[in-house]
Design a protein around this ligand. Sequence first.
Ligand code: HEC
Ligand code: HEC
Length: 339
Amino acid sequence: MRGLPWTLQGVWVDLFMHGRIIVAATILMMIAVLITGMQSVETPAESDDARVELGRHLFYDPLLSLDSTTSCASCHQQFSAFAHIDHALSHGVNGRIGKRNVPALQNLADQPTFMWDGAIENLDMQALSPLTGHDEMGETLPHILTKLKSSRAYPSMFFAAFGDSVISIPHVLEALGSFCATLVSVSSRYDRYMAGRDTLAMNEKRGLEVFRGKCASCHAEPLFTNNTFRSNGLPVDSALRDTGRIRITFDEADRYRFKVPSLRNVAVTHPYMHDGRFKRLRDVLGHYGTPSGHADHADPLVKTIGVLRDDQKKDIIAFLLTLTDDDFLRNPKFGDPRR
Ligand code: HEC
Ligand code: HEC
């Protein structure tokens, strides 16, 4: 959840997905110009752009970490939809290993909560956790400010973004949040198929049908999540002993529940699950399709999936591959600004 401009962004995405972007853009601009008369003053659009650009520089800058080795992008890599494909658990400064798998970053403006257990409810505040987390970037806020203030480039970028070259932590957080909110993925083959602009092969269509019958109750279209916390029946890892959502709510019903993740770009976000226990989609389908392996705390909706035949698993995987959005994975606007 973010402030007003990002509510507009949510509207924008909705309109975009329905293919009416040009009409929407014109109407939004006309409304904006009528209400604020903003053509004559510095346009919010311009400073929004500068904010996003500043956020992008910060996102890719290892300066923000304790030993200047680790940036947000060290863990969140564009080619894997801003997840991290090398490790099951996250790797931070000094090789410190975290307790959870790095999630993809996409369509965050539409997400009500963040982290596998929903610990954080505001996208701007989210960055505080990795910046100061011992196993992530391990830095202190005053030291981050000192480093940014003594850099040559940042004061003028903060001025362009916020009309003030004094660098503050709220502005650092807001810039990072603004950049993260631009990471929108809506151009997969599935999206084009739904808009009537592309076709799916027979096996992909069959996969979509099985998926709608057995998976979409939680991984609901079009974002492939219903934004709830559930147990999908994974046996508890006895070393990590991650209890999930109950850590936040203290509600016994939330024990072993985790956020239903979006499945957009799922072909490139491996390994899977909060602890990265599965390397391949085949392993994931093996889990869902083998009811005898489900933990007792599995959600009733997982229990109703039943045994999945091999052909059903293959079809579902073929469908999931249509959720890959190459425009998103290669968009230079989301890449390292120093390259
Ligand atoms: C050391 C690896 C690492 C670094 C560095 C890192 N993250 Fe993350 N990020 C993670 C992990 C792991 C999670 C999930 C944590 C959890 O669920 O407890 C996460 C979660 C997130 C989320 C929530 C996504 C969601 O869908 O819930 C956002 C947004 C995010 N990170 C942004 C950032 C930003 C911005 C930075 C830089 C300031 C950053 N991350 C640095 C590993 C990292
Ligand atoms: C009851 C809700 C529910 C149903 C039904 C469900 N899932 Fe999930 N799914 C989840 C949850 C919750 C997670 C995260 C679990 C965790 O990490 O502990 C998840 C994780 C996943 C992941 C890993 C994604 C990632 O980024 O790590 C994939 C892939 C997946 N599900 C596919 C499916 C498929 C395919 C089906 C149907 C056969 C299905 N799910 C049915 C709730 C559900």
